[in-house]
Write a protein that binds this ligand. Structure first.
Ligand SMILES: [Zn+2]
Ligand SMILES: [Zn+2]
Length: 246
């Protein structure tokens, strides 16, 4: 492929904001800004618009960590929410983070024939995951470059592509950059219509970075291939979430 043809085609997934990618460290150092992963929260407006259960808070990113590239005066925290006990996983779910910090649903799928229902995605699903404190861990330049090449290619995920990614071709928790996503989608902001940059991907592990090696009860969806993808429009303070699977 020539340089010209590669630049004229759409990349397979949008660029991340922040542009540099970070993995999550579940053993943050005392000197680092800690972000909250799962656990109880007192954020107003966080009952699911469909099943009326509390939405699952996956991550609250603290804007005091300048690497997240947020204006603390506008969005002091970006919260990543999802619901695994209704139809939300089967469509795009969008919500606005209001100036007072509360959450307001903008868009959700209210009905879906094969939705999981109130029992959740696996037997024994409780929907409760303990609080962990996490910090951002910079991805090496070499790994970042490989992931960027993957994200910007558009040939489809051939075996060669996946082989080049090697150990990076697996779901992980990642903020910013170019996370590996099995089936990436583009999405536009429901308010301003702009293409929404990627903010984060979350893998199926509530206690660390190993979606394939944990007991089911600490997984979000009981399937190591599941990823929750979060986009953020910083202009409108709107998050759009969906999930995909390998
Ligand atoms: Zn729900
Ligand atoms: Zn917008």
């Amino acid at each position: 492929m020539t340089a010209d043809s590669s630049t004229s085609l759409e990349p397979r997934q949008p660029a991340g904001n922040p542009e540099s990618g970070y993995w999550l460290s579940f053993n943050p150092h005392a000197s680092e800004v800690a972000h909250q992963f799962c656990g109880d929260n007192e954020i107003p407006g966080t009952d699911c618009p469909n099943c009326m259960k509390p939405l699952l808070r996956i991550l609250s990113l603290d804007a005091r960590d300048v690497r997240v590239n947020l204006d603390p005066a506008r969005i002091p925290f970006v919260h990543l929410f999802y619901c695994w006990t209704c139809s939300i996983p089967f469509g795009e779910f969008s919500y606005k983070i209001e100036k007072d910090g509360s959450i307001k649903t903008v868009k959700s799928l209210s009905e879906y024939e094969d939705a999981f229902g109130s029992d959740g995605p696996y037997d024994g699903y409780m929907g409760v995951f303990p609080l962990c404190h996490v910090a951002l861990e910079p991805i090496s330049d070499e790994d970042q470059q490989k992931l960027c090449q993957w994200a910007e290619s558009n040939e489809g995920d051939t075996e060669d592509d996946v082989e080049a990614l090697d150990r990076l071709a697996t779901p992980r928790h990642q903020v910013g950059g170019y996370p590996f996503i099995a089936n990436p989608e583009r999405t536009s902001c429901p308010e301003c219509g702009q293409d929404m940059p990627l903010l984060a991907t979350i893998c199926d592990d509530s206690t660390g970075n190993d979606p394939w090696g944990r007991e089911e009860k600490v997984s979000f969806a009981g399937n190591g291939g599941v990823q929750m993808i979060f986009h953020l429009c910083r202009e409108c303070s709107i998050v759009t979430a969906y999930h995909c699977c390998d």
